[in-house]
Design a protein around this ligand. Structure first.
Ligand SMILES: [Zn+2]
Length: 90
């Protein structure tokens, strides 16, 4: 187990990634939930705690990492990301 103080401590001013974003289930930039998106085209833009952080292909990816195509890396299947997801809180 490791500390998740950065997730539970919600502060004003600087938006923090949600648990969904940290699990690669939502766009890091616009917050689109890929579980609800019909045909999501997500690309890997960063990593955190050994997990992939995803953003929408295009504008979101460019904002996140400077490239519309994200990193040259294939995202895990959605089912894998859902399985690794731990809802935030305590
Ligand atoms: Zn997005």
């Amino acid at each position: 187990m490791y500390s998740q103080d950065s997730i539970s401590g919600h502060r004003r001013g600087r938006p923090e990634p949600t648990a969904e974003m940290l699990s690669g289930l939502a766009c890091l930039i616009c917050g689109t939930d890929y579980r609800n998106a019909p045909d999501p085209e997500a690309v890997v833009v960063s990593h955190r705690d050994g997990k992939q952080l995803l953003a929408c292909h295009g504008t979101c990816a460019r904002m996140a990492c400077g490239s519309v195509n994200g990193l040259d890396e294939a995202p895990l299947p959605l089912t894998e990301r859902v399985r690794g997801h731990r809802p935030g809180g305590s």
